[in-house]
Design a protein around this ligand. Structure first.
Ligand code: FES
Length: 244
């Protein structure tokens, strides 16, 4: 057991402050565990979200040391100490409700705008493993909002759908039993997919290793080839690795 200084950005609805706690942690102690320990034994006013503790429910996203967005239940404290300290803050690009709890409503609403759910076609086709492979990684999305938090586009375009939104578009667009087909590309365009700057922060940060930026790239190229998405002057002029 080693002592760690846990710094947490608190917010009471009006103002923010950094509060410091000193706790003993083991090699395996996760951020979620220290948050629960602080809440249960030191400060019951601390607010955060943790449910499954298995990297499945997507509720526990936080920012650490001002540089990485992670799932608290999957991330060990000791591996992220800097001079014996770790700073824990709420995710970005979402309104903070209290302490580490942010409002997921904005990106959930945007997912609704792109109809980010399966709409079955009438003549349902048999599904084979090779069909599933086309969107296998995208089905792992747990709606944690980490890709939304790290995305820099919101600084210049608040109406950008966000990476999470286009992962949903990709997952159902690639499903041969989905009824919307290319209408999904139209919805992606309406949700300003072309504002993506392809920085890849979303792909690097995704706790499920979903190739988010590549998905966006595929949708954009396909949309431009089909004339669904307008090609910008001096835009992408290189060939794609996706066969179109
Ligand atoms: S608590 Fe469910 S993903 Fe972390």
């Amino acid at each position: 057991m080693d002592e760690a200084i846990i710094k947490i950005k608190r917010f009471d609805g009006i103002k923010s402050r950094i509060q410091e706690y000193r706790l003993n942690v083991q090699d395996r102690t996760t951020i979620a565990e220290v948050l629960m320990q602080i809440h249960d034994t030191v400060d019951p006013t601390l607010s955060f979200r943790v449910q499954c503790r298995s990297a499945i429910c997507g509720t526990c996203g936080v920012k650490i040391n001002g540089e990485k967005d992670v799932l608290a239940c999957k991330t060990k404290v000791k591996e992220n100490l800097q001079n014996g300290e770790i700073l824990i803050e709420p995710l970005s690009n979402m309104e903070v409700i209290k302490d580490l709890v942010v409002d997921h409503g904005e990106f959930l609403y945007k997912i609704k705008e792109v109809k980010g759910w399966f709409i079955p076609r009438e003549d349902f086709q048999p599904v084979y493993p090779e069909d599933l492979q086309k969107f296998d990684k995208e089905t792992d999305c747990i709606l944690c909002g980490i890709c939304y938090s790290v995305c820099p586009v919101f600084e210049t375009d608040k109406n950008f759908g966000g990476p999470i939104n286009f992962v949903k578009v990709f997952r159902f667009w690639k499903d041969k039993n989905d009824a919307l087909k290319d209408e999904r590309i139209v919805l992606a365009e309406k949700n300003r997919i072309t504002s993506c700057v392809h920085c890849k922060y979303c792909s690097f940060s995704c706790p499920k290793q979903i190739p988010v930026e590549q998905d966006i790239l595929q949708i954009e190229f396909y949309g431009k080839q089909k004339g669904i998405i307008k090609k910008e002057e001096g835009g992408f002029g290189f060939s794609t690795p996706f066969g179109f």
